[in-house]
Design a protein. Sequence first.
Length: 120
Amino acid sequence: MLSRFGVVATAISLVLVPSIAQARPTGMLPDPRGEFVRQCAPHMLGRWVHPEEVCSCLHDHAAAVVEDKDLREALLRGISETGVPSIETDWVPPAKQSEIGPTFTRIAKPALQCMFEPAK
């Protein structure tokens, strides 16, 4: 049988330990751009000498050029999952699916520059 101290200590640990585990310092949270590059680079291996640079460049241009949040997130997802700019229609709300083509038009030149022009 547990002593009173044991019961109290167990109760406190059940309450505090999960709280401490969830309260991570901000410095330990993943950087969204770094996480994107981490997911994207393996798809670029074999295609490019420096896949992380291509992924980083594509991320920066997509974030800067595509203003709509849903389209930008879909484009970034497509790049990170395939290594090339792509958008699946089911990743975009139906009302915005007509904007997929114009989004690719806006991102075409920067994407080609990222993939084929040497890094500066």
